[in-house]
Write a protein of this length. Structure first.
Length: 361
């Protein structure tokens, strides 16, 4: 924020020295500034016709215009002494460098906007109910449109400015991973796999919507992936064939304990409904992960605007895919059955060991 404030002050100071350059700086909207008083001053400067103001009268003209601002707090902050300070050469090293200062101000604003978008995604992901997942994912669509607006704002800057500032980072930048998932539903995951093991004919109702990466429990993900492979081959599905196939897939070994609990806790007719919970929970968790990545990318000063927007758009791709998957499942009656699950609970629901190392991302 220290460098951002200095860039904003340098830009304002440059315009106080050379107000004739203001018409060429309209690609910088007032909302770009991090402080409301600086935004108000920029808007005031853009509203004045300096062609009729003598250079020696510029401070007085600006002060008179500031006095007409309705907000008394803003007027107080933009005192004559403050405006005089901004016009000082120590604040603005070179007034003719104004376009570059403007690009720096715009770059900082894009970083703040991406960080704010990431925070909004995380708040939505953590507050939404599981059955509101589809609506929550619409926040990612809005974020995508916001990123497009930020990209357009950057492209509106002069090409010379973009060429100077839009440098590629020397090393690849990856966000710090989350320490834990935001959303999990181990009960739904266990019930889904147990129900499929109990009644494999449900598999076609589930595979169209659910993927192995939707499971937070590694062994359940391996078991589900094995069942999907067996289903594609029209092979028998039972605890032994699943365990045998599972050893061919990457991931942890499917333990006898997990298999026994799945076999004992299975109940037919519920897989489609519990799979929906698994998918929606995973989608909300990936929404949180996308927000986490956006926030961390935005806080990295090594990412220039184009690279930042590109990384942010890439981080949203899994969420957009989830949105389409859930929409498709809800439109397709084959994949979104209206049947209600049986009201009785299974006599032995699968109680999966809650290993911390298995829950970490």
């Amino acid at each position: 924020m220290r460098l951002t404030r200095k860039a904003e002050e340098a830009l304002l100071g440059a315009m106080l020295h050379r107000p004739e350059a203001l018409p060429s700086m309209r690609w910088i909207p007032s909302a770009t500034f991090s402080r409301p008083d600086y935004a108000a001053l920029w808007q005031t400067l853009q509203s004045l016709d300096f062609s009729k103001v003598a250079p020696t009268d510029i401070p007085a003209a600006v002060t008179a215009a500031v006095a007409k601002i309705e907000d008394p707090g803003i007027r107080h902050l933009l005192s004559p002494a403050r405006i005089s300070h901004l016009a000082n050469s120590s604040v603005c090293p070179n007034p003719r460098t104004a376009p570059l200062y403007g690009g720096m101000v715009l770059e900082a604003a894009i970083h703040r906007a991406v960080e704010h978008a990431g925070e909004q995604l995380r708040d939505t992901a953590r507050q939404a109910e599981v059955d509101q997942a589809l609506k929550a994912l619409e926040q990612a669509d809005r974020t995508g449109r916001r990123l497009a607006q930020l990209d357009a704002a950057w492209r509106a800057a002069p090409e010379t400015v973009r060429n100077l500032l839009d440098t590629q980072p020397e090393e690849s930048i990856t966000p710090v991973p989350r320490t834990e998932r935001a959303r999990t539903d181990l009960q739904a995951e266990g019930e889904t796999v147990a129900s499929l093991l109990y009644e494999p004919r449900q598999l076609p109702e589930v595979t169209g919507r659910l993927q192995a990466q939707d499971f937070s429990h590694p062994q359940l993900a391996v078991a589900y992936r094995a069942m999907c492979t067996l289903g594609e081959r029209h092979a028998p599905i039972d605890p032994l064939t699943v365990a045998w196939e599972a050893q061919r897939h990457p991931g942890p070994t499917l333990s006898d304990q997990i298999l026994a609990e799945l076999e004992q806790g299975g109940m037919g007719g519920i897989a489609a409904h519990t799979a929906e919970r698994v998918l929606h929970t995973a989608a909300l968790d990936r929404l949180d992960a996308a927000g986490h990545d956006l926030r961390n990318y935005a806080r990295h000063p090594g990412l220039a605007p184009s690279a930042l927007v590109g990384h942010a758009q890439q981080a949203l791709q899994p969420v957009h895919a989830d949105h389409q998957r859930i929409q498709h499942a809800e439109r397709d009656p084959e994949l979104a059955s209206d049947k209600e699950p049986a009201p009785a609970a299974p006599s032995h629901s699968p109680e999966l060991p809650d290993h911390q190392n298995e829950m970490e991302m």
